[in-house]
Design a protein around this ligand. Structure first.
Ligand code: AMP
Ligand code: MG
Length: 357
Protein backbone atom coordinates (compact mmCIF):
# COMPACT_ATOMS: atom_id res chain seq x y z
CA UNK A 1 0.00 0.00 0.00
CA UNK A 2 1.40 3.41 -0.91
CA UNK A 3 1.50 6.23 1.61
CA UNK A 4 -1.31 7.97 -0.25
CA UNK A 5 -3.49 4.87 -0.08
CA UNK A 6 -2.80 4.53 3.63
CA UNK A 7 -3.78 8.13 4.22
CA UNK A 8 -6.99 7.61 2.23
CA UNK A 9 -7.75 4.41 4.12
CA UNK A 10 -7.36 6.32 7.39
CA UNK A 11 -9.81 8.92 6.13
CA UNK A 12 -12.29 6.17 5.42
CA UNK A 13 -11.78 4.77 8.90
CA UNK A 14 -12.38 8.24 10.34
CA UNK A 15 -15.57 8.58 8.34
CA UNK A 16 -16.78 5.44 10.06
CA UNK A 17 -16.43 7.12 13.44
CA UNK A 18 -19.31 8.62 15.33
CA UNK A 19 -21.29 5.54 14.34
CA UNK A 20 -21.72 6.85 10.83
CA UNK A 21 -21.55 5.16 7.44
CA UNK A 22 -22.56 1.97 9.19
CA UNK A 23 -24.85 -0.67 7.87
CA UNK A 24 -27.30 -2.47 10.09
CA UNK A 25 -29.97 -5.10 10.23
CA UNK A 26 -29.96 -8.79 9.47
CA UNK A 27 -29.23 -8.52 5.79
CA UNK A 28 -25.58 -8.34 4.72
CA UNK A 29 -24.88 -5.75 2.06
CA UNK A 30 -22.58 -6.13 -0.92
CA UNK A 31 -19.44 -4.04 -0.38
CA UNK A 32 -16.88 -3.13 -3.03
CA UNK A 33 -13.78 -1.18 -2.04
CA UNK A 34 -11.49 0.35 -4.59
CA UNK A 35 -8.79 2.95 -5.11
CA UNK A 36 -9.62 5.39 -7.91
CA UNK A 37 -9.38 9.12 -8.60
CA UNK A 38 -6.57 9.27 -6.08
CA UNK A 39 -8.71 8.15 -3.16
CA UNK A 40 -10.23 5.15 -1.42
CA UNK A 41 -13.82 4.49 -2.43
CA UNK A 42 -16.42 2.19 -1.00
CA UNK A 43 -19.78 1.15 -2.41
CA UNK A 44 -22.28 -0.57 -0.14
CA UNK A 45 -25.54 -1.81 -1.61
CA UNK A 46 -28.40 -3.88 -0.19
CA UNK A 47 -30.86 -6.13 -1.95
CA UNK A 48 -30.74 -8.71 -4.68
CA UNK A 49 -28.86 -6.55 -7.19
CA UNK A 50 -26.55 -5.15 -4.51
CA UNK A 51 -23.42 -6.88 -5.75
CA UNK A 52 -24.11 -6.05 -9.39
CA UNK A 53 -24.68 -2.39 -8.44
CA UNK A 54 -21.53 -2.14 -6.31
CA UNK A 55 -19.46 -3.73 -9.08
CA UNK A 56 -21.00 -1.46 -11.72
CA UNK A 57 -20.16 1.55 -9.53
CA UNK A 58 -16.55 0.36 -9.39
CA UNK A 59 -16.40 0.02 -13.18
CA UNK A 60 -18.01 3.44 -13.60
CA UNK A 61 -15.41 5.31 -11.52
CA UNK A 62 -12.65 3.65 -13.56
CA UNK A 63 -14.35 4.61 -16.82
CA UNK A 64 -14.63 8.22 -15.64
CA UNK A 65 -11.05 8.29 -14.40
CA UNK A 66 -9.91 7.25 -17.88
CA UNK A 67 -11.85 10.19 -19.36
CA UNK A 68 -11.10 12.87 -16.81
CA UNK A 69 -7.70 12.31 -15.20
CA UNK A 70 -5.34 14.96 -16.53
CA UNK A 71 -2.28 13.08 -15.29
CA UNK A 72 -3.20 10.25 -17.68
CA UNK A 73 -1.85 11.30 -21.08
CA UNK A 74 -4.55 9.28 -22.86
CA UNK A 75 -7.55 10.86 -21.11
CA UNK A 76 -9.93 13.18 -22.92
CA UNK A 77 -9.00 16.00 -20.57
CA UNK A 78 -5.33 15.52 -21.48
CA UNK A 79 -6.24 15.77 -25.14
CA UNK A 80 -8.06 19.05 -24.48
CA UNK A 81 -5.00 20.32 -22.59
CA UNK A 82 -2.47 19.33 -25.21
CA UNK A 83 -4.68 20.82 -27.92
CA UNK A 84 -4.98 24.17 -26.11
CA UNK A 85 -5.64 26.97 -28.57
CA UNK A 86 -7.60 24.78 -31.00
CA UNK A 87 -10.88 22.85 -30.84
CA UNK A 88 -10.63 19.25 -29.62
CA UNK A 89 -13.34 16.61 -30.07
CA UNK A 90 -14.29 14.77 -26.88
CA UNK A 91 -17.29 12.72 -25.75
CA UNK A 92 -20.52 14.61 -25.19
CA UNK A 93 -20.28 13.59 -21.55
CA UNK A 94 -16.87 15.22 -21.00
CA UNK A 95 -18.01 18.28 -22.92
CA UNK A 96 -21.10 18.68 -20.74
CA UNK A 97 -19.08 18.32 -17.54
CA UNK A 98 -16.66 21.02 -18.73
CA UNK A 99 -19.64 23.21 -19.61
CA UNK A 100 -21.07 22.73 -16.09
CA UNK A 101 -17.70 23.62 -14.59
CA UNK A 102 -17.63 26.76 -16.70
CA UNK A 103 -21.08 27.77 -15.43
CA UNK A 104 -20.07 27.14 -11.81
CA UNK A 105 -17.03 29.31 -12.38
CA UNK A 106 -19.17 32.15 -13.65
CA UNK A 107 -21.75 31.76 -10.88
CA UNK A 108 -19.17 31.64 -8.09
CA UNK A 109 -17.39 34.76 -9.30
CA UNK A 110 -14.36 32.67 -10.27
CA UNK A 111 -13.86 31.03 -6.85
CA UNK A 112 -14.25 27.71 -8.65
CA UNK A 113 -12.17 27.59 -11.80
CA UNK A 114 -10.96 24.46 -13.61
CA UNK A 115 -8.37 26.50 -15.52
CA UNK A 116 -6.43 26.52 -12.23
CA UNK A 117 -4.28 23.67 -13.64
CA UNK A 118 -1.12 25.68 -14.54
CA UNK A 119 -1.08 27.08 -11.00
CA UNK A 120 -1.57 23.60 -9.48
CA UNK A 121 1.40 22.49 -11.57
CA UNK A 122 3.56 25.37 -10.35
CA UNK A 123 2.97 24.06 -6.82
CA UNK A 124 3.83 20.55 -8.00
CA UNK A 125 0.51 19.28 -6.65
CA UNK A 126 0.24 16.48 -9.18
CA UNK A 127 3.81 15.34 -8.51
CA UNK A 128 5.82 14.04 -5.58
CA UNK A 129 7.75 17.31 -5.45
CA UNK A 130 5.38 19.83 -3.97
CA UNK A 131 6.93 23.20 -3.21
CA UNK A 132 6.07 26.89 -2.87
CA UNK A 133 6.51 28.59 -6.27
CA UNK A 134 7.95 32.09 -6.43
CA UNK A 135 5.63 35.06 -6.73
CA UNK A 136 6.85 35.92 -10.22
CA UNK A 137 5.94 32.47 -11.52
CA UNK A 138 2.45 32.73 -10.02
CA UNK A 139 1.95 36.24 -11.40
CA UNK A 140 2.83 35.05 -14.88
CA UNK A 141 0.39 32.12 -14.63
CA UNK A 142 -2.63 33.83 -13.04
CA UNK A 143 -3.84 35.44 -16.32
CA UNK A 144 -4.27 31.89 -17.67
CA UNK A 145 -6.80 31.16 -14.92
CA UNK A 146 -9.98 32.23 -16.67
CA UNK A 147 -12.81 29.87 -17.55
CA UNK A 148 -14.38 32.61 -19.64
CA UNK A 149 -12.18 31.57 -22.56
CA UNK A 150 -13.50 27.98 -22.57
CA UNK A 151 -15.86 27.21 -25.45
CA UNK A 152 -17.94 24.04 -25.58
CA UNK A 153 -20.01 23.11 -28.60
CA UNK A 154 -22.36 20.27 -27.70
CA UNK A 155 -22.94 17.90 -30.63
CA UNK A 156 -24.83 15.23 -28.73
CA UNK A 157 -22.57 12.19 -28.61
CA UNK A 158 -19.50 14.38 -28.98
CA UNK A 159 -18.50 17.93 -28.12
CA UNK A 160 -15.93 20.38 -29.42
CA UNK A 161 -13.96 21.93 -26.58
CA UNK A 162 -11.61 24.85 -27.01
CA UNK A 163 -9.43 26.36 -24.30
CA UNK A 164 -7.01 29.25 -24.68
CA UNK A 165 -3.36 28.88 -25.60
CA UNK A 166 -1.27 28.12 -22.54
CA UNK A 167 -4.35 27.14 -20.54
CA UNK A 168 -5.07 23.73 -19.13
CA UNK A 169 -7.95 22.32 -17.13
CA UNK A 170 -8.13 20.26 -13.95
CA UNK A 171 -11.44 18.60 -13.07
CA UNK A 172 -10.18 17.45 -9.65
CA UNK A 173 -12.64 19.75 -7.89
CA UNK A 174 -15.72 18.29 -9.58
CA UNK A 175 -14.93 14.80 -10.95
CA UNK A 176 -15.68 12.78 -7.81
CA UNK A 177 -18.98 14.59 -7.31
CA UNK A 178 -19.94 13.89 -10.90
CA UNK A 179 -18.90 10.26 -10.42
CA UNK A 180 -21.12 10.02 -7.34
CA UNK A 181 -24.02 11.31 -9.43
CA UNK A 182 -23.38 8.64 -12.05
CA UNK A 183 -23.48 6.10 -9.23
CA UNK A 184 -26.91 7.37 -8.23
CA UNK A 185 -28.04 6.53 -11.78
CA UNK A 186 -26.50 3.05 -11.50
CA UNK A 187 -28.26 2.33 -8.20
CA UNK A 188 -31.54 3.34 -9.83
CA UNK A 189 -30.90 1.28 -12.99
CA UNK A 190 -30.17 -1.75 -10.82
CA UNK A 191 -33.33 -1.23 -8.80
CA UNK A 192 -31.36 -0.88 -5.57
CA UNK A 193 -33.38 0.82 -2.83
CA UNK A 194 -30.73 1.14 -0.17
CA UNK A 195 -27.07 1.95 -0.81
CA UNK A 196 -24.22 4.20 0.15
CA UNK A 197 -21.35 5.42 -2.01
CA UNK A 198 -18.25 6.81 -0.33
CA UNK A 199 -15.73 8.46 -2.67
CA UNK A 200 -13.10 9.95 -0.38
CA UNK A 201 -14.95 12.82 1.29
CA UNK A 202 -17.82 12.64 -1.17
CA UNK A 203 -20.81 10.64 0.02
CA UNK A 204 -24.00 9.74 -1.77
CA UNK A 205 -26.73 8.25 0.43
CA UNK A 206 -29.27 6.38 -1.71
CA UNK A 207 -32.70 5.74 -0.26
CA UNK A 208 -32.49 4.87 3.42
CA UNK A 209 -31.07 2.07 5.53
CA UNK A 210 -32.83 -1.27 5.15
CA UNK A 211 -34.48 -0.75 8.56
CA UNK A 212 -36.07 2.48 7.33
CA UNK A 213 -33.76 4.81 9.26
CA UNK A 214 -31.82 7.51 7.43
CA UNK A 215 -28.18 6.99 6.50
CA UNK A 216 -25.75 8.51 8.99
CA UNK A 217 -22.87 10.40 7.46
CA UNK A 218 -20.15 11.89 9.66
CA UNK A 219 -18.71 15.35 9.05
CA UNK A 220 -15.04 14.92 9.87
CA UNK A 221 -13.39 17.25 12.39
CA UNK A 222 -10.69 19.06 10.36
CA UNK A 223 -8.64 19.53 13.53
CA UNK A 224 -8.89 15.93 14.67
CA UNK A 225 -9.53 13.73 11.68
CA UNK A 226 -10.10 10.70 13.92
CA UNK A 227 -13.23 12.39 15.15
CA UNK A 228 -16.23 14.25 13.77
CA UNK A 229 -17.98 17.57 14.30
CA UNK A 230 -21.32 15.81 13.97
CA UNK A 231 -23.39 13.37 11.99
CA UNK A 232 -25.87 14.04 9.21
CA UNK A 233 -29.01 11.93 8.84
CA UNK A 234 -29.67 11.72 5.13
CA UNK A 235 -32.00 10.10 2.62
CA UNK A 236 -31.40 10.45 -1.12
CA UNK A 237 -28.77 13.11 -0.68
CA UNK A 238 -25.16 14.03 -1.33
CA UNK A 239 -22.78 15.23 1.37
CA UNK A 240 -19.53 16.48 -0.14
CA UNK A 241 -16.68 17.95 1.87
CA UNK A 242 -13.69 20.08 0.91
CA UNK A 243 -11.02 20.95 3.44
CA UNK A 244 -7.45 22.07 3.60
CA UNK A 245 -6.74 19.09 5.87
CA UNK A 246 -7.48 16.57 3.09
CA UNK A 247 -4.34 17.13 0.99
CA UNK A 248 -1.37 19.28 1.89
CA UNK A 249 2.40 19.47 2.24
CA UNK A 250 4.74 21.25 4.61
CA UNK A 251 7.60 23.56 3.78
CA UNK A 252 9.63 25.56 6.34
CA UNK A 253 7.13 24.76 9.07
CA UNK A 254 4.15 26.07 7.08
CA UNK A 255 1.40 23.89 5.62
CA UNK A 256 0.10 24.44 2.11
CA UNK A 257 -3.09 22.73 0.99
CA UNK A 258 -4.53 21.86 -2.42
CA UNK A 259 -7.46 24.26 -2.76
CA UNK A 260 -6.13 27.30 -4.56
CA UNK A 261 -7.67 30.75 -4.52
CA UNK A 262 -7.73 31.74 -8.21
CA UNK A 263 -7.40 35.39 -7.14
CA UNK A 264 -3.99 34.89 -5.51
CA UNK A 265 -2.59 31.59 -6.79
CA UNK A 266 -2.06 30.59 -3.15
CA UNK A 267 -3.91 28.00 -1.06
CA UNK A 268 -7.17 29.64 -0.02
CA UNK A 269 -6.77 31.26 3.37
CA UNK A 270 -10.38 32.20 3.97
CA UNK A 271 -10.82 31.37 7.64
CA UNK A 272 -12.62 28.11 6.88
CA UNK A 273 -11.26 24.67 7.75
CA UNK A 274 -13.87 22.74 5.84
CA UNK A 275 -17.06 23.09 3.84
CA UNK A 276 -19.63 20.32 3.52
CA UNK A 277 -22.34 20.78 0.91
CA UNK A 278 -25.55 18.77 1.22
CA UNK A 279 -27.71 18.50 -1.89
CA UNK A 280 -30.73 16.40 -2.86
CA UNK A 281 -30.36 13.37 -5.13
CA UNK A 282 -31.07 14.23 -8.77
CA UNK A 283 -33.79 11.56 -8.99
CA UNK A 284 -34.88 9.17 -11.73
CA UNK A 285 -34.86 11.77 -14.51
CA UNK A 286 -31.18 12.52 -13.94
CA UNK A 287 -29.53 15.86 -13.26
CA UNK A 288 -29.03 18.83 -15.55
CA UNK A 289 -25.31 19.10 -14.75
CA UNK A 290 -25.94 21.93 -12.28
CA UNK A 291 -27.47 19.93 -9.42
CA UNK A 292 -26.76 16.88 -7.26
CA UNK A 293 -23.25 15.61 -6.68
CA UNK A 294 -21.75 17.67 -9.49
CA UNK A 295 -22.99 20.92 -7.97
CA UNK A 296 -22.15 19.86 -4.41
CA UNK A 297 -18.55 19.07 -5.34
CA UNK A 298 -18.01 22.32 -7.25
CA UNK A 299 -19.54 24.35 -4.42
CA UNK A 300 -17.62 22.61 -1.63
CA UNK A 301 -14.43 23.77 -3.34
CA UNK A 302 -15.79 27.20 -4.30
CA UNK A 303 -17.25 28.08 -0.91
CA UNK A 304 -14.05 26.99 0.82
CA UNK A 305 -12.27 29.60 -1.32
CA UNK A 306 -14.96 32.23 -0.67
CA UNK A 307 -14.84 32.10 3.11
CA UNK A 308 -17.67 32.42 5.61
CA UNK A 309 -19.24 35.70 4.63
CA UNK A 310 -19.27 35.19 0.87
CA UNK A 311 -20.31 31.55 1.28
CA UNK A 312 -23.33 32.45 3.40
CA UNK A 313 -24.27 35.21 1.00
CA UNK A 314 -24.00 32.74 -1.89
CA UNK A 315 -26.15 30.21 -0.02
CA UNK A 316 -28.83 32.86 0.54
CA UNK A 317 -28.85 34.41 -2.90
CA UNK A 318 -27.49 32.11 -5.59
CA UNK A 319 -30.77 30.31 -6.37
CA UNK A 320 -29.04 26.91 -6.16
CA UNK A 321 -30.71 24.41 -3.82
CA UNK A 322 -28.29 23.15 -1.16
CA UNK A 323 -27.41 23.26 2.52
CA UNK A 324 -24.01 23.40 4.14
CA UNK A 325 -21.87 22.86 7.21
CA UNK A 326 -18.95 25.25 7.63
CA UNK A 327 -16.16 24.70 10.14
CA UNK A 328 -14.28 27.92 10.87
CA UNK A 329 -10.68 28.34 11.99
CA UNK A 330 -11.89 30.27 15.04
CA UNK A 331 -13.81 27.28 16.37
CA UNK A 332 -17.35 27.69 15.10
CA UNK A 333 -19.62 25.19 13.42
CA UNK A 334 -22.12 26.88 11.11
CA UNK A 335 -25.06 24.83 9.85
CA UNK A 336 -27.74 26.14 7.48
CA UNK A 337 -31.33 25.82 8.64
CA UNK A 338 -32.26 23.09 6.16
CA UNK A 339 -30.04 20.77 8.22
CA UNK A 340 -31.27 21.88 11.63
CA UNK A 341 -33.09 18.59 12.20
CA UNK A 342 -30.67 16.44 10.20
CA UNK A 343 -27.39 17.39 11.88
CA UNK A 344 -26.58 15.91 15.25
CA UNK A 345 -23.53 17.65 16.58
CA UNK A 346 -20.74 16.05 18.54
CA UNK A 347 -20.46 18.35 21.55
CA UNK A 348 -17.13 16.80 22.53
CA UNK A 349 -15.56 18.34 19.43
CA UNK A 350 -15.85 21.67 21.25
CA UNK A 351 -17.14 23.92 18.48
CA UNK A 352 -19.53 26.81 19.05
CA UNK A 353 -22.70 25.88 17.18
CA UNK A 354 -24.67 28.36 15.07
CA UNK A 355 -27.64 27.93 12.74
CA UNK A 356 -27.59 30.08 9.61
CA UNK A 357 -30.94 31.28 8.30
P1 AMP B 1 -12.01 19.35 -3.74
O1 AMP B 1 -11.26 18.27 -3.04
O2 AMP B 1 -13.27 18.91 -4.37
O3 AMP B 1 -12.18 20.58 -2.94
O4 AMP B 1 -11.13 19.76 -4.99
C1 AMP B 1 -9.80 20.14 -4.87
C2 AMP B 1 -9.13 19.86 -6.17
O5 AMP B 1 -9.69 20.70 -7.17
C3 AMP B 1 -7.64 20.17 -6.16
O6 AMP B 1 -6.89 19.03 -5.84
C4 AMP B 1 -7.41 20.63 -7.59
O7 AMP B 1 -7.31 19.52 -8.45
C5 AMP B 1 -8.70 21.35 -7.93
N1 AMP B 1 -8.75 22.77 -7.50
C6 AMP B 1 -7.97 23.44 -6.61
N2 AMP B 1 -8.38 24.70 -6.46
C7 AMP B 1 -9.45 24.85 -7.28
C8 AMP B 1 -10.33 25.94 -7.58
N3 AMP B 1 -10.21 27.14 -7.00
N4 AMP B 1 -11.32 25.71 -8.48
C9 AMP B 1 -11.48 24.50 -9.08
N5 AMP B 1 -10.70 23.45 -8.83
C10 AMP B 1 -9.70 23.62 -7.94
MG1 MG C 1 -15.00 19.87 -4.90
Amino acid sequence: MTRKMKRAALALAAALLCGALSGCGAEEPAVTETFAMDTVMRFTAYGKNGQAAADAADREVRRLEALLDRTDGDSEVSRVNSGAGAPVTVSGETGRLIQSARTFSEDTGGAFDITIAPVMDAWGFTTDEKHVPDRGTLDSLLPLVDSGTIAVEDRGDTALVTIGEGQSIDLGGIAKGYASERIEAIFREQGVASALAYLGGNVYAHGEKPDGAPWRVAVQDPQDTDSCTGVLSLRDAYAITSGGYQRYFEQDGQTYHHIIDPATGYPADSGLLSVTIVAPAVGPDGGDGLTGGTMADAFSTALFVMGEERAIDFWRRSGYEFDMVLVTADGRLLVTDGLEKKFERNEDAGYIYEIIR
